[in-house]
Design a protein around this ligand. Sequence first.
Ligand SMILES: N[C@@H](CCC(=O)N[C@@H](CS)C(=O)NCC(=O)O)C(=O)O
Length: 357
Amino acid sequence: MSDSDERLRLHGLDLSYFTGKLEAYCRAKGLAYDFVAMDMADFRRCAKATGRAQMPVLEFPGGRMLTDTTAIIAQCEDQGFEPALRPADPAAAFLSRLYEDMFDEWLWRPALYYRWAFKPDADLRSRQIAETMLRDLPLPLWLRRLFIRRRQKKLYLELDGVTKSTAPQIEKLYADVLDALEPVFSARPFLFGERPCEADFGLFGPMFRHFYEDPTPRAIMEERGRASLGWIERMWSAKPTDFEKAAPLGEAPGDLAWFDQLAATQYLPYLEANSLAVSQGRSWTSWRLAGVDWLVPPSAYRQECLNTLRRDFADLPDAARETIAARLGEVGHVLLGGPVRQPQNVQRSNAPKGPRD
Ligand SMILES: N[C@@H](CCC(=O)N[C@@H](CS)C(=O)NCC(=O)O)C(=O)O
């Protein structure tokens, strides 16, 4: 058996959100892999094996294939392999998973928006996708480019609620995230301390292959996200020996409070609206944020995200649930499935700055 038969194979693209996330995790964890740049045939082969048409896919020696970066990382941390990249404190571990989920799903829209709504970014990435992923389509390059550009605009702008009235909120979300990260990454190397955790890898998805590498959001990052630039470079070069002397991750730092509020006022209310739309078989999930109406197709995957968060929250020890409730506030706590404790203060249809105000 040759060496390459014993190594992991990571199928994906070097411009993909979730591929970058999984690669960073494998590198920090010391999991050696061979990178397989997907084409359409490989994408179909992987989809057949996993049941999901998405990248990345991690192939184990022997041919077993796994997809979904959240599940892959969680399973790996559950095994307890060193270096441990999950806080031992249960409230911090929950918060890290909540942030990871929010970064995966809630920063997806700004990441795709900057890639496909701006000409320099769309020119660059349509060419790269035509030359890589679509290289086995028997069509001339210009036609492959046109095809991918139209597809991505339809799927990730038009069908993801991007309009003239929602675009300012999408741009504000990116700017606000950079501003919130600036003091955090000026104070310490990673979100929770001296080593990255699931939240860092979730954040790395949009930050690396999109905001750091696509020209339009990169220019914004250079202007207002200098500390984020440093964190991205630290994340990408991370290896297990970096963490030999790093303190284990403790409680979640208080200066991440802005992200608690993002979850409580935007992400969790959206997840709840989405879950309702899926359960009721509706064609659209609708919500209102700061006076702007949003309309996007319901997502069964994101309904499962909310179910998982609620299950994990319910399984926490009482003290950890109290910590999360104090951080997220009454509305966030109730959206996670916690009991209503101050009925007179709960205004679920009027959350501060939330999608329903
Ligand atoms: N939840 C999945 C999401 C994977 C995902 O959506 N990947 C994107 C690329 S970054 C994809 O494959 N999209 C398929 C498409 O555009 O058709 C994960 O964590 O792996």
